[in-house]
Design a protein around this ligand. Structure first.
Ligand code: ADP
Ligand code: MG
Length: 418
């Protein structure tokens, strides 16, 4: 039983052993830190937009759009703002509630309304309610108790790309049609790119896009401050266990000005992983080596995909490029297969290639899915019949795009020679 005992000792050593962490919760994506370095301007702009609600409640219904890529602090900043606004309102005897709905999790109008009710701790009757009825109950509740409600629709692009138009219309406009004197509902829409709203009716668009606040990707010095705040102020790690060098390295890798994604989430994840690696090596400090190791592990999917991409034939690559281009332009993840095919046909012609037929495209999708190069799912109802939606399995990096372009060029050259 020697071996088993060794393993048991090993596990116990690690469990009871020293750790560089003080409190890992502080590194969770859901954690809301006290400070939000480099988002002061955005918070100022949000305050200006919501000033009327505090100073002159009921006079207007406020709409705000927040735009920025993944990891730019849109969710955390909005949540923090909502909570603080509520606090300030309460100090002024104004009843204000804040509800944050993630449209990626709450995928339908019905679920969104349920989530809003829950946020208000409002008990809905058990029988199946229509969205209209649910909305009416929420509204009556606010009216009866004289409550103002700020609703954040996070990842709203997701709702826009999957929900039927009438549901989007309902969510955005129905309140204005109620003809009320006191405006109690206020919206913050969070999207990744403004173009994700461009497919909407003009009437809806005009309605949403009044105030826009931009969340640019972080520069390396900004990421450094964000990481330093978690380590030295929030004390996610034990005293003196993380040096500035480690933070500087991670910040440099991901800083937008240094060619990185400017993504705070990935930076924090890398730091956490570096800590875990230090623990697994029984090291009392996180070293630069640990940070480098963590960094090379943080995108292991990409390296696996690179090999598969090299195996694709020209038309599969063009299809993949079409998907990447759409993703870049529209800032959403899932596209109906038909839409990608359209783009693919255009691209093929640009490359002087005869586009493959529809049935062949389906076969490509099936095969690339098996290779793990794309994800698919069926659309919900409402998209005029069910259709297959396609997305990429990982965030698109420059490296990923370059690889696709290089491979396409190689294939084109090969076919010209032969
Ligand atoms: N300015 C900031 N200060 C501190 N932490 C931040 C800041 N911006 C982002 N973060 C952290 O980075 C992670 C991603 O932020 P999040 O708000 O989820 O980004 P987004 O919603 O734009 O994708 C979270 O852990 C968040 O707490
Ligand atoms: Mg978010």
């Amino acid at each position: 039983m020697k071996v088993l005992d060794d393993i048991k000792n090993l596990i116990e050593d690690l469990l009871g052993g020293d750790t560089v962490f003080n409190n890992t919760k502080i590194l969770n994506p859901e954690y809301i830190p006290s400070n939000l370095p480099h988002r002061e301007n955005q918070i100022k702009e949000m305050t200006v937009s919501f000033r009327d609600l505090i100073l002159n409640p009921g006079s207007s219904s406020i709409r705000l759009v927040i735009i920025g890529r993944t990891g730019t602090g849109k969710s955390v900043t909005t949540k923090k703002f909502g909570l603080k606004l509520r606090e300030i309102a309460h100090e002024r005897n104004l009843r204000l509630e804040y509800v944050h709905v993630n449209c990626h999790r709450q995928r339908t109008l019905y679920l969104i309304l349920q989530e809003i009710s829950q946020g208000l701790r409002l008990q809905l009757p058990n029988r199946g309610l229509s969205s209209q009825e649910t909305f009416r109950i929420i509204y009556d509740y606010l009216e009866k108790r004289n409550i103002h409600l700020v609703i954040t629709l996070d990842e709203f692009d997701y709702f826009v790309s999957t929900a039927p138009l009438e549901d989007i219309y309902f969510l955005v406009r129905v309140y204005d049609e109620l003809n009320v004197t006191t405006k109690r509902l206020h919206y913050i829409f969070i999207v990744r790119e403004i173009t994700s709203l461009s497919g909407l009716d003009k009437s809806i668009k005009d309605h949403i896009i009044k105030n826009i606040i931009d969340f640019p990707p972080y520069k390396s010095t900004e990421l450094y401050d964000i990481l330093a705040d978690r380590v030295y102020n929030e004390k996610a790690f034990k005293e003196n266990s993380v040096s500035e060098d480690v933070l500087r390295f991670i910040a440099e890798v991901h800083g937008f000005d240094k060619g990185g994604s400017g993504n705070a989430r990935i930076s924090i994840e890398t730091l956490e992983l570096a800590g875990k690696i230090a623990d697994s090596e029984n090291s009392p400090i996180v070293t630069l080596e640990h940070a480098k190791k963590a960094n090379s592990k943080i995108n292991p999917e990409l390296s696996a995909l690179i090999d598969s991409i090299k195996e694709l034939d020209l038309h599969q690559l063009i299809f993949l490029k079409a998907l990447v281009l759409l993703h870049d332009q529209e800032g959403i993840d899932f596209f109906p297969i038909g839409k990608i095919e359209q783009r693919y046909v255009e691209l093929s012609k640009n490359f002087g290639e005869e586009p493959r037929r529809h049935t062949q495209i389906f076969e490509y999708v099936r095969r690339m899915k098996l290779m793990g190069l794309i994800n698919t799912r069926q659309s919900g109802r409402g998209m005029r019949g069910r259709t297959t939606l396609v997305s990429l399995p990982i965030p698109i990096s420059m490296e990923f795009k370059d690889l696709i372009n290089t491979e396409i060029r190689k294939r084109l050259e090969q076919s010209r020679i032969s």
